[in-house]
Design a protein around this ligand. Structure first.
Ligand SMILES: C[S@@+](CC[C@H](N)C(=O)[O-])C[C@H]1O[C@@H](n2cnc3c(N)ncnc32)[C@H](O)[C@@H]1O
Length: 294
């Protein structure tokens, strides 16, 4: 290339870079001064909690009225299921708590109000994890740490012994719920579950809630017990930004009686149930609290 053409090309490149820098400077100036259009990724107005909520639309949970924000409808921060779990367990003051599937952190906040030493809350969904961090900031939580990733990996790798595991709304989303129970039993002597279950009595063959089931029932050996597992699919529901199910499309529900027997087979002698809702719109569901001698 002749030297003059080379110099012209260099000068043109420099001019383009100067133009781009000027455009960026103007954009910043106009958002600072409040005039002109605001770029997509910026939030205008007085900084505050509602702005933080609005960053990630699709909330399920509401916040305590004193916070003064509009988010979702479910008051997980005062969920009677968690209140029941704590009544069964007794005080969690200074205890080590493991929570699975915190969703948006409402249950975590409830637990934190009872002064545990710490809460490890494991959430696999990216948007849910970010909503948990927003909740943590808005509610000023200090004893909970949120981790993003698969709870099964956490159970396999952590060396922490927990005083209580809270697994609300999670077991029935697992590909291998029996392995989850087995691993939980290695990490704690007490746990709380809220879970859907299978039951022909509660959900007869013509029940529309069976629509998500796929294939034949599997029977697995679990500590010498035959356990019936029903395979299910989400049928694309996970495409919704509010989806709060599992990380694999194929997941399994356990037969109610078999679940109770499996928990006892793991050495949990004190097993209590509550909130049994055979007619729950998504399928029969109940709460289980289980404890065994340390
Ligand atoms: C149905 S929601 C339950 C939310 C809340 N715990 C409750 O009881 O209402 C299930 C939650 O578990 C999370 N989850 C599902 N599979 C998970 C996994 N393998 N590891 C960690 N979190 C998971 C989902 O993203 C979601 O937040």
């Amino acid at each position: 290339m002749p030297i003059t053409a080379f110099i012209v090309e260099k000068l043109r490149g420099l001019a383009n870079r100067l133009d781009a820098a000027a455009t960026r400077r103007n954009a910043c100036d106009s958002s600072r001064s409040g005039s002109g259009p605001v770029l997509d990724e910026y939030i205008v107005g007085m900084p505050g909690a509602q702005n933080a909520i609005n960053v990630l639309p699709g909330w399920h949970q509401s916040f305590p009225p004193a916070i003064g924000v509009v988010a979702g409808d479910s008051a997980f921060y005062q969920d009677p299921r968690i209140a029941w779990a704590l009544e069964q367990h007794g005080s969690i003051e200074n205890q080590a708590i493991l929570e699975f599937g915190p969703l948006e952190g409402g249950h975590t906040y409830f637990l934190e109000q009872h002064n545990p030493a710490f809460i490890h809350a494991i959430e696999a969904n990216k948007l849910s994890f970010l909503r948990c961090l927003i909740t943590k900031e808005i509610l000023g939580m200090s004893r909970a740490k949120f981790f993003i990733g698969d709870l099964m990996q956490w159970l396999q790798k952590t060396e922490v012994h927990y005083d209580l595991i809270v697994a609300s709304g999670v077991l029935y989303h697992m590909q291998d719920p029996l392995l989850m129970l087995e691993l939980m039993a290695k990490r704690a002597n007490a746990f709380y579950l809220w879970t859907h279950y299978m039951s022909d009595a509660a959900m007869p063959q013509d029940d529309p809630r069976r629509g998500a089931l796929i294939g034949e029932i599997e029977v697995r050996d679990f500590h010498g017990l035959p356990v019936r597992l029903s395979k299910r699919s989400y049928y694309g529901a996970w495409r919704d930004k509010s989806f709060c199910g599992g990380m694999h499309d194929l997941h399994r529900w356990i037969e109610k009686d078999d679940l109770m027997a499996a928990i006892r087979a793991l050495g949990f002698t004190d097993v209590r149930i509550a909130h049994d809702e055979p007619d729950h719109r998504n399928g029969p569901a109940f709460s289980v609290f289980a404890r065994r001698e340390a």
